[in-house]
Design a protein around this ligand. Sequence first.
Ligand SMILES: Nc1nc2c(c(=O)[nH]1)N[C@H]1C(S)=C(S)[C@@H](COP(=O)(O)O)O[C@H]1N2
Ligand SMILES: [Mo]
Length: 328
Amino acid sequence: MLLRKSGSLESTLRSSDITPQQLFEQHQTNRRRFLAGAATLGAAALAARYIPGVIHPETTVHAADQLTVVPSKYNLGDPQTPLAKASSYNNFYEFGTDKPDPAHNAGKLKTSPWPIQITGMVKKPRTINIDDIIHYRPIESRVYRLRCVEAWSMVIPWDGYSLSEFINFCEPLPSAKYIQFFSVVDKKAMELPFGYDWPYKEGLRMDEAMNPLTLLTFGCYGQTLPNQNGAPVRIIVPWKYGFKSAKSIVRFHFTDKQPVTTWNQTDGMEYGFYSNVNPNYDNARWSQAHERRIDSSAFPRSIPTLMFNGYSDQVASMYAGMDLKKFY
Ligand SMILES: Nc1nc2c(c(=O)[nH]1)N[C@H]1C(S)=C(S)[C@@H](COP(=O)(O)O)O[C@H]1N2
Ligand SMILES: [Mo]
């Protein structure tokens, strides 16, 4: 059971124009919301726990501690992909390049203790621990689509809070224009296939990172992330192709230059820095016009892919005036 004190870092909040009374009230409101959510979702979270016989036989799920989650306004109506699928059909190349590999191999990764570095253009570079941030803010359950550039998609309840909250905690300097994520490298636990420049790296422009949709993710389906899904902390950027959503992050780096990303470095013709889901712009290998929903039964690519994965209202304005075929 992972129940740590919420708001323990409250004092680090930007509080320039907030009175102590306001701060106290805000804290009480957050706390009430947190507790109310915990009460209503307790049963649901419990129900979402594993029933061993139902799991896909080749799936190993690790560290499935229950999380206390609150409901969110970000809640796609689409039917959810079963957890057994979401945790057995994965891209986590460090553990092998075939879809079932991460479920087989990622159990070897030790996810505690988990130090996290905050580096680059911040007020004070430092190393923190996952425990310092996991309950920094109430953990929301957000049902998002994850769309892979391979033209499949899943609908998953991800648990976390907006990355923007964590970025404020990091106190970036005004000169920081991008954030870069570094995934863990563990030579003993990982296969680390040849041909990629490990560690896995991804990045976002600061406004993309600060968009409320971008989720600092600690869990899914009401429990801590299975290792194969990026335990103990990953990013979910729902309007971009799946590879932007880096897993098992150990370092957040703030910079004024567009950061190097693993897939762009591997094959820049196919994988651009922006990688916004765009049905009108085909990746060199796959048409992006349609997608296949990974579900209990596989079916052909029959679902039309939506611009920005259906999140245009919230994100399109960030790209106004940009040629999205050039900045793919
Ligand atoms: N460290 C790391 N993060 C990664 C990847 C990876 O290979 N290594 N694959 C990406 C890709 S291509 C996708 S589609 C998503 C898949 O997330 P999921 O397995 O949780 O569905 O993770 C992304 N994050
Ligand atoms: Mo992907």
